[in-house]
Design a protein around this ligand. Structure first.
Ligand SMILES: NC(=O)c1ccc[n+]([C@@H]2O[C@H](COP(=O)([O-])OP(=O)(O)OC[C@H]3O[C@@H](n4cnc5c(N)ncnc54)[C@H](O)[C@@H]3O)[C@@H](O)[C@H]2O)c1
Ligand SMILES: [Zn+2]
Length: 463
């Protein structure tokens, strides 16, 4: 079973009327992949499906369909492929493909309303429709790596993200496989959610590892201690329960222990749920800088349970709010936690190794990092990001009202010279013109701006 659609075809299955074409097109657009609608392509090549059925029978059609699906999925470029509702009736077809299969689920009433009266061979009478629907439900369930109800759900599934209130209770089933599990959490999170997570993992749990809360968890010494404590073989899984500090260090340890074991992230902060736990970047801090040592190691699953945020202190919630507002600006529309997690998932699936579009996620961060460094990291990241967003919006010639209203950024008292030096250090080779992420009418862009202009905007953030 595939765990995600990273570097793999994403195949959408589901009953007629589930909306595979509409959803498939949207998912392909979000993931920046080609979209192939198998029914459309077959109609183009062989005429209306109705006629093929009438002329040659259903079996002949299924075999044309299977050949075509195999051919598309043999292509190298990962695509989004919507297959006909009946493709599951071709034994073994969807299992043999090296693809991530998502079942787009629909209730029978909605499906019937959508297809009634259309010229689809199997949509001609109510009773036959219902019979097929019931026949296929178990087949879809059997071939699917994940189930979704809309485009956002498919994108989340493609990244291995499960968003469901209360899912901590099901953690035992949500950790892929049936091997042993090592639980990693900081002292605070362990105090609140440790017993529930341990109960959910039940007999799979072999050890629990406590971290210091906050950034001190991301020290090499902590990673080293975990390497020494873990007793997993390659069939084992590291489960990281906590904020970005926990998922960063536990993910890094999972990436390096035995040259890599699978890991599952259960983010418990807003920062974690919309940002840190998604996308497979893991890291620790070293004296030369934050996040300087790490690995790309995509989590086998990310379990987003928003009910866990109920205990999060307001101060921590505000950190995440800054990233949520950043994501809304990037997406150009209002987003909740699920929407923001899906946005980050899509960007990371498009650019898993940070070679291009993933830089968009740094909107405002060039300024934020400079202010944080000039404040000796006493300035919380979220507050720095809120200020950085102001600068990015101003440089983009955009209204700052939403950021002011939601995040209320206040200029900080730091040495402007130190902040500027830090910004230049961050940008290494760039001196006269500086690359910054900006917003354009077509969405985010990375653009060169004159150093003097960038410096002026940085200084407006400082009292
Ligand atoms: N890997 C990535 O892509 C990525 C992206 C963004 C940020 N990060 C990293 O994430 C880190 C920041 O993460 P964070 O803001 O989640 O901080 P964090 O992990 O330190 O958590 C913040 C505090 O909240 C507590 N806490 C966590 N969940 C709680 C809950 N549900 N109830 C009560 N208390 C809770 C923790 O014990 C901690 O004290 C930084 O190190 C940053 O570099 C990584
Ligand atoms: Zn950030």
């Amino acid at each position: 079973m595939a765990l995600n659609a990273l570097d793999r075809h994403l195949v959408l299955v589901g009953f007629m009327g589930a909306g595979k074409t509409t959803v498939g097109r949207e998912v392909a657009e979000r993931l920046g992949r080609p979209f192939v609608d198998v029914d459309d392509e077959l109609e183009r090549a062989h005429g209306p499906i109705w006629d093929v059925f009438a002329r040659e029978g259903e079996q002949a059609f299924r075999s044309l369909e299977a050949d075509f699906v195999r051919r598309v999925c043999a292509g190298r470029e990962p695509s989004v492929v919507a297959v006909g509702g009946g493709a599951v009736e071709t034994r073994g077809l969807l299992r043999e493909l090296d693809a991530f299969v998502v079942w787009l689920d629909v209730d029978i009433g909605t499906a019937w309303r959508r297809v009634q009266g259309s010229r689809r061979p199997l949509a001609q009478d109510d009773a036959e429709f219902q019979r097929r629907f019931e026949l296929r439900q178990p087949l879809y369930r059997e071939v699917a790596d994940a189930v979704a109800g809309d485009a956002e759900g498919v994108v989340l599934a493609a990244a291995g993200v499960r968003h469901e209130p209360g899912s901590l209770r099901e953690l035992g089933e949500l950790v892929p496989g049936d091997g042993p599990v090592a639980l990693v959490a900081d002292a605070i999170v362990l105090g609140i959610y440790g017993p529930r997570a341990q109960a959910a993992l039940a007999t799979r749990l072999v050890s629990t590892h406590e971290l210091p809360p906050g950034e001190p968890a991301k020290q090499a010494a902590v990673a080293q201690r975990l390497w020494g404590e873990l007793r997993l073989d390659r069939g084992g899984t590291v489960v990281a329960l906590g904020g970005g500090c926990t998922t960063d260090v536990a993910g890094f340890v999972a990436a390096t222990y035995l040259r890599g074991v699978p890991w599952v992230a259960v983010p418990t902060t807003l920062v974690g749920q919309v940002d840190a736990a998604i996308g497979g970047k893991t890291a620790i801090d070293v004296p030369a800088g934050k996040n300087l040592v790490g690995a790309f190691h995509w989590p086998a699953r990310v379990v987003v349970d928003e009910t866990l945020l109920a205990t999060l202190p307001e101060r921590e919630r505000r950190q995440g709010l800054a990233e949520l507002v950043k994501t809304r600006l990037l997406a150009g529309r209002d987003l909740d936690v699920r929407g923001a997690a899906a946005y980050k998932s899509a960007v990371c699936l498009r650019d898993p190794y940070d070679r291009g579009e993933r830089r968009w996620l740094n909107l405002g961060h060039t300024f934020a990092h400079a202010l944080e460094a000039a404040a000796d990291f006493e300035l919380p990241h979220g507050e720095a990001v809120a200020l950085g967003l102001l600068a990015a919006l101003r440089l983009s010639g955009r209204d700052t009202a939403e950021v002011e209203r939601e995040l209320d950024p206040r200029p900080v008292r730091v040495d402007p010279e130190r902040a500027w030096e830090a910004l230049l250090r961050d940008k290494k080779r760039e001196r006269d013109a500086i690359n910054v992420v900006l917003l354009s009418d077509g969405g985010p862009v990375v653009e060169e701006r004159p150093a003097a202009e960038v410096r002026r905007e940085l200084e407006r953030l400082i009292v």
